[in-house]
Design a protein around this ligand. Structure first.
Ligand SMILES: Cc1cc2nc3c(=O)[nH]c(=O)nc-3n(C[C@H](O)[C@H](O)[C@H](O)COP(=O)(O)OP(=O)(O)OC[C@H]3O[C@@H](n4cnc5c(N)ncnc54)[C@H](O)[C@@H]3O)c2cc1C
Length: 560
């Protein structure tokens, strides 16, 4: 064991949340911050060239490459869960869609016990993070570190999708993060100058020179160390050496929705019976650790294109030439999932959109890992508020073993999630059938017929649905009297001191949209909580947000 210097804060995980915390906390020159990242540096050009995300799929070295346990509701399939293992974490491999969710989602959090996390409070943190190229207004930030841009290059089929969706009854929306979430249009993306703006780019690169800040890559945290009930540091493995680092103030876990609960359990914080089964001493019996796991299940409808306009057979050389030699131009700047939007299905229980679309002008089968011949286009549709709940469990007490992911998709008692997936497939089919696609429409691929019955569509969903990469909730926050909450609303771990979790796992409920910007918001606000900058009145919950969830319309707790 090699001794290392002491730090005030040790942050585990340099992902969407960890990079934000590193930046904000080390802004105070009087505190020393250590950031540990299991992956390596983000040097690879495919991380930074947006369309490189297609090439990152399955790339060793930047991905944890998880597989879930077999899913009973999905023909017993294991689902592939990519997660970033590199500086920037999943923000270095994601699809860059900039989405916050519905304002009412955050009022729902507050109603569930996440005091202080209602929309009127979190909006300021979304804005503080955001540097939107369209400029600042009441709902947007213009000069934050996370650069948000309109796409530089848009495939003609993405415009066709928007037109077709309006013909199918959806409204156009130029800003899903504006006054209304519902509607279809082009996504804004987390990019700067045509390149990916991960949190490593946005928050780490500018602070590399800070004398009070240290980042260690290839550093796998193995456990949180304790002095009594107080977190006193982290033991981690780096280049074959076991290192112990001391935290004078706090240890902050930012490992994401799979790794943070795993690390808590490895450190003796979790369900006592589960820990004992793996021979781990119990420091705090917190049964909620790993529970409440939620994700967006997604069904992709694929159609052949009758014209060669898709990205399927694009020349790599031409893409690279335009991107690298012609000032970040051309299809290399595309995030591939260029267009999409939000819709209310006939089953929507409240005023919020409950379905999200991502349109891809290419054929996307098995996350792009299975290449199909020819040209085609894909429409992802996911149900935004699943009622099924999964769980992260230890596979063993060995920190280098992957945790078990019991995703439990489509396991809700009344089958609502499956009925919603059927709605998703039908909404997609209606859009693909609209007139705007007439000049481009070839034969259907998945499902194989465009007049499939409900039974056939359900079989198709069980056979083909996949994650759209938004696992959250496995260390959820809640009130002190909530026995299954892992954290209090200040994100402090129950039963111990000096330890917080700050990442996507803290969400009490999955928001209606992509999860990168919400995770960054969580970390922005956490930084103020940790530094003691948030005053008590901010911790009280406000009334439900009028735009999304009408007051008195329903009790959000009644959903589960
Ligand atoms: C393929 C893909 C596409 C996506 N597309 C979008 C999108 O278009 N828009 C959007 O908003 N969201 C998208 N998301 C989701 C979004 O990126 C994530 O929700 C978000 O990045 C989660 O942030 P996090 O901080 O919780 O975890 P991560 O960003 O995953 O960060 C966790 C970090 O901790 C490190 N770590 C874990 N365990 C340890 C350990 N023991 N020791 C040291 N380090 C450790 C990891 O290596 C990683 O760097 C996508 C995700 C994926 C995977």
């Amino acid at each position: 064991m090699t001794a290392t210097p002491e730090f005030d804060y040790i942050i585990v995980g340099a992902g969407s949340a960890g990079c934000v915390l590193a930046n904000r906390l080390s802004a105070d020159p009087n505190v020393k911050v250590l950031l540990l990242e299991a992956g390596g540096s983000d040097w690879h050009p495919f991380i930074h060239m947006p369309a490189g995300l297609a090439k990152l799929v399955g790339k060793q070295g930047v991905n944890w490459d998880y597989d879930t346990q077999p899913q009973a509701g999905l023909d017993g399939r294991r689902m592939w869960w990519p997660r970033g293992k590199v500086l920037g974490g999943s923000s270095s491999i994601n699809a860059m869609c900039y989405i916050r969710g519905n304002p009412a989602d955050y009022d729902e959090w507050a109603a569930l016990g996440a005091d202080g996390w209602h929309w009127d409070n979190v909006l300021a943190y979304f804005k503080r993070a955001e540097g939107n190229g369209r400029g600042a207004n009441a709902l947007h930030g213009g000069d934050g570190p996370l650069k948000v841009s309109d796409l530089r290059y848009v495939n003609e089929l993405s415009g066709v999708f928007v037109e077709a969706a309006t013909q199918a009854g959806h409204t156009r929306n130029a800003d899903f993060n504006g006054a209304t979430q519902e509607g279809v249009g082009l996504y804004q993306v987390t990019q700067v100058g045509g390149a990916r703006c991960s949190t490593a780019v946005a928050y780490l690169d500018p602070i590399r020179g800070r004398a009070n800040f240290t980042v260690h890559t290839h550093a796998l945290a193995q456990r949180v160390d304790f002095s009594g009930q107080r977190a006193s540091g982290v033991t981690y493995l780096r280049h074959g050496r076991t290192i112990h680092a001391t935290a004078r103030r706090e240890v902050l876990l930012c490992g994401g929705a799979i790794n943070s609960p795993q690390l808590l359990m490895l450190s003796g914080v979790g369900d006592a019976d589960h820990l004992r089964r793996h021979g781990i001493g119990v420091r705090a019996n917190v049964p909620g650790v790993g529970a409440n796991l939620q994700d967006h299940l997604d069904v992709c409808t694929l159609q052949h294109a009758s014209q060669r306009v898709t990205y399927d057979r694009l020349s790599d050389a031409k893409v690279a030439f335009d991107y690298f030699l012609r000032g970040h131009s051309g299809p290399g700047t595309s995030n591939i999932a260029e267009a999409g939007g939000f819709a209310r299905s006939p089953l929507a229980p409240d005023a919020r959109a409950d379905v999200q679309f991502h349109f891809v002008p290419a054929m996307l089968d098995d996350h792009g890992r299975h290449r199909l011949p020819g040209d085609g286009y894909t429409l992802h549709a996911c149900f935004l508020r699943p009622r099924s709940r999964g769980r992260i469990e230890l596979a063993s007490a060995n920190p280098t073993d992957k945790a078990r992911i019991e995703a439990n998709y489509l396991s809700d008692a009344d089958g609502f999630d499956l009925r919603m997936m059927l709605e998703c497939a039908k909404l997609s089919r209606a859009i693909f059938a609209a007139k705007a696609f007439d000049p481009y429409r070839g034969a259907p691929i998945f499902p194989t017929r465009d007049d499939a019955s409900d039974e056939e569509l359900l079989a198709f969903i069980r056979a083909k649905a996949e994650t759209v990469y938004h696992p959250v909730g496995s260390c959820r926050m809640g009130r002190a009297d909530d026995a299954h909450a892992v954290l209090d609303p200040q994100l402090r771990v129950r039963g111990v001191d000096g330890l917080r979790v700050v990442d996507a796992s803290v969400m009490p409920r999955l928001i209606g949209g992509n999860t990168n910007a919400p995770t960054i918001m969580i970390a922005e606000r956490a930084a103020d909580l940790i530094a003691g900058k948030i005053t008590a009145p901010q911790q009280t919950a406000a009334a439900p947000h009028a735009a999304g969830m009408p007051q008195g319309a329903r009790n959000p707790m009644a959903m589960s």
